[in-house]
Ligand binder design. Structure first.
Ligand code: KIV
Ligand code: NA
Length: 270
């Protein structure tokens, strides 16, 4: 295997090297991210970031597979992980295995991620024992938006910590090689990171984690709005608007295409 592997990532964590990870949904974006990232996640955040949905609940296994194939084609070094979408893993460990196996075999990706804690531990173990590396996801779980009633940070009061720490421990004990911790305050993130030995990847979970992940389109500033934990490393939204406005002006003024962008006839052969 030419790519980074699950044992490679675990070794990096043990050596104290922060893990750099981002979401990717398409081949061109994967190509740009791949040299810089240890892991690319084909996240169900694509529902919002790509498809204009207002939650992740409408994302399907087929959508993840199509985008997963594109990301595997566009990358060569990073480990590619696929999000298990809502409805594809909760009903039973057998259903989870069938969908996860299909997702990996049809894309060439190396791992799956699923939201859940204690209640998913048995499923995690079932997958790992059958050859599927699993990343857990605890804290804020966007697929449970209708139970939570929004996307508020979790465990901001100390008496709410215990179940989240227990979730992280249960997922690790079940064999998950990594766990995403989303939307928690720094002391809880630190507590989780010291309570488990697998790789803790934070999003909105402070610098106390072993690595970080963000939705790429968020950090590139493609949207008007982003959660407070996002740092904008670029302003692609305004850059694109400006480019399109200049194109529109040129077309309306008949300045584009100029002779530089226009085919010429061949000289007639004698
Ligand atoms: O769907 C997603 O992109 C995610 C990450 C942001 C952790 O779950
Ligand atoms: Na997700």
């Amino acid at each position: 295997i030419k790519r980074l592997t699950v044992p490679n990532l675990i070794k990096r964590k043990q050596a104290g090297e922060p893990l750099v990870t981002l979401t990717a949904y398409t081949a061109p974006m994967a190509r740009l991210l791949d040299p810089h990232c240890e892991l690319l996640l084909v996240g169900d955040s694509m529902g919002m970031a790509l498809y204009g949905m207002d939650s992740t609940l409408g994302v399907t296994v087929d959508m993840i597979i199509n985008h997963g194939r594109a990301v595997v084609r566009g990358s060569k070094r990073a480990l590619v992980a696929l999000d298990m979408p809502f409805g594809s893993f909760e009903a039973s460990k057998q259903v989870a295995f069938t969908n996860a196996a299909r997702m990996l075999s049809e894309t060439g990706a190396q791992a799956v991620k699923l939201e859940g804690g204690k209640e998913m531990a048995e499923t995690v173990r079932f997958l790992v024992e059958r050859g599927i590396p699993v990343i857990g996801h605890v804290g804020l779980r966007p697929q449970s938006v209708h139970v939570i009633g929004g996307y508020a940070a979790q465990g901001r009061d100390e008496d709410a910590w215990e179940p989240i720490i227990e979730d992280a421990k249960a997922i690790e004990a079940a064999g998950a090689f990594a766990t995403v911790v989303e939307g928690v305050a720094e002391p809880l993130a630190a507590k989780i990171t010291e309570s488990v030995n697998n790789v803790v990847i934070g999003i909105g979970a402070s610098a106390a984690c072993d690595g970080q992940i963000l939705v790429t389109e968020d950090m590139l500033g493609l949207f008007d709005w982003a959660p407070r934990f996002v740092k904008h490393y670029a302003s692609l939204g305004p850059t694109i608007s400006d480019a399109v406005a200049r194109y529109a002006e040129d077309v309306r003024a008949r300045r584009f295409p100029s002779t530089d962008e226009t085919y010429k006839m061949r000289r007639p052969k004698k």
